[in-house]
Design a protein around this ligand. Structure first.
Ligand SMILES: Cc1cc2nc3c(=O)[nH]c(=O)nc-3n(C[C@H](O)[C@H](O)[C@H](O)COP(=O)(O)O)c2cc1C
Length: 190
């Protein structure tokens, strides 16, 4: 009995590591100069938070720190299309994962989204570039929720009239992306 009581006391007093958490954490990191990518990031977060037991953490590339990445079970990246490429601040952030932070990204679940000004402005190329960088770091990538259509991530056309900003359909895709990554990350944790 005495040993049992000691065991309970020790267990209760054990420090809880900052990395231990019950919920599945999905980190959403975006770069945004004029607000479109940020708006998509917030919709992605809504999708994550709609999944029971999952929590979204939304940060810009300027705010995110190494611990955010360490804690995340899933990571969703958003960059605008800049000349059909990932915007430089997002690329710099990704380049730091291994060479600066020496992070183990293995088996974290990844997804990506991208707004671009025009209809064929490289959005899909940017999404695929982000997913490739994740795969190169040992992550597992997934797309939105559609079961029958081949989609790689969420995109938007923001600067071509009459289609200005991110519309409701595009935001709905962002929510699906967040939901999917949260669910797959939950399964990976099990
Ligand atoms: C330097 C620069 C390059 C861009 N290149 C492209 C491009 O290649 N294709 C495209 O569709 N839009 C391009 N755009 C437009 C942005 O991708 C678009 O406005 C996007 O919605 C901006 O996102 P933000 O509001 O989060 O900054 C470019 C914008 C800038 C500033």
């Amino acid at each position: 009995m005495f040993v049992f009581i000691i065991l309970i006391v020790v267990l209760c007093a054990a420090p809880v590591s900052a990395d231990q958490h019950d919920d599945t954490q999905v980190l959403i990191v975006y770069y945004s100069m004029t607000g479109n990518t940020k708006e998509m990031a917030l919709a992605v977060a809504d999708g994550v938070n709609a999944v029971e037991g999952a929590t979204a953490v939304v940060k810009s590339v300027e705010e995110v720190i190494k611990d955010d990445l360490v804690r995340a079970d899933g990571i969703i990246l958003g960059s605008p299309s800049y000349y059909a490429n990932v915007a430089a601040p997002m690329k710099e952030f990704i380049d730091a994962w291994y060479f600066e932070y020496e992070l183990p990204m293995f088996d974290k679940v990844g997804g990506a989204f991208c707004p671009g000004g025009s209809r064929t402005g490289g959005q899909e190329l940017v999404v695929i570039s982000l997913l490739l960088a994740m795969m190169n770091n040992g992550m597992i990538v997934a797309g939105p929720l559609y079961e029958a259509w081949g989609t790689f991530g969420a995109t938007a056309m923001t600067d071509t009239a009459p289609h200005e900003g991110v519309d409701e359909y595009e935001l709905a895709d962002c929510r699906l992306l967040g939901e999917r990554i949260a669910r797959v990350a939950q399964q990976m944790r099990k």
